[in-house]
Write a protein that binds this ligand. Structure first.
Ligand SMILES: [Mg+2]
Length: 211
């Protein structure tokens, strides 16, 4: 499966927005392909990354996240509002590995997110995507099965900020609403730096090749 750039994705999304507006039922929905039975721990050069490898690498990380979350959710303090923070592109959605809209979920991450949302954990999505595509992004996440408690997109002034600082500020904002962020899942270092999460899980970006 071919891979495109983030910019190309946004262009595709903008086109798809018009299509969705025009149609009652969006076309092109496609199920995520379940693959990834082999755990690959080695770093793979970006030019060698294919869909199967990516899925296997994501599964390896989520196989560490799930037992932690099960334990942490079970150990919730009385009245504790638990939250999971997730990046979107190439974390919750298959941004760079498909051409459809809605974009398919990244299955290993969806499986973990579903466990969390079914056990009372609020899901907050923090993305560098600009606010102009907030609506289609929200629709896409819900369409593929995520329960969205909050979607943080970049506003006009946020676009001039450092991505890591912007994302950290969103987690501070989530905490200020009384949530305990038990985990933060992303595929870029800028998704995870800056603290304000009890644990972080890093999916592959193959040296920045995946947005
Ligand atoms: Mg990403």
């Amino acid at each position: 499966m071919t891979r495109g750039t983030w910019t190309r994705r946004i262009g595709m999304t903008a086109v798809a927005t018009a299509a969705v507006t025009a149609m009652a039922v969006p076309a092109g929905a496609q199920a995520a392909t379940a693959t990834g039975t082999t755990a690959v721990a080695t770093v793979v050069a970006a030019e060698d990354v294919d869909y199967t490898t990516w899925q296997a690498d994501c599964l390896t990380v989520m196989n560490q996240a799930l037992p932690y979350l099960k334990q942490r959710i079970a150990a919730a303090e009385p009245g504790e509002k638990q939250a999971l923070v997730l990046d979107i592109d190439n974390t919750t959605l298959e941004t760079d590995f498909g051409f459809s809209y809605p974009q398919p979920a990244n299955k290993p991450v969806l499986d973990v997110a579903k466990y969390a949302q079914e056990h009372g954990v609020a899901l907050f999505f923090v993305t560098a995507r600009p606010g102009i595509i907030s609506g289609v992004t929200d629709y896409n996440l819900k369409y593929v099965g995520y329960k969205v408690s909050g979607l943080h997109v970049r506003g006009l002034f946020d676009l001039f900020k450092d991505v890591a600082a912007y994302k950290t500020a969103q987690r501070v904002n989530i905490e200020s609403k009384g949530y305990t962020i038990i985990a933060n899942i992303g595929n870029s270092a800028t998704d995870l730096s800056g603290g304000h999460a009890e644990k972080t899980f890093k999916l592959p970006d193959y040296d920045g090749q995946l947005s």
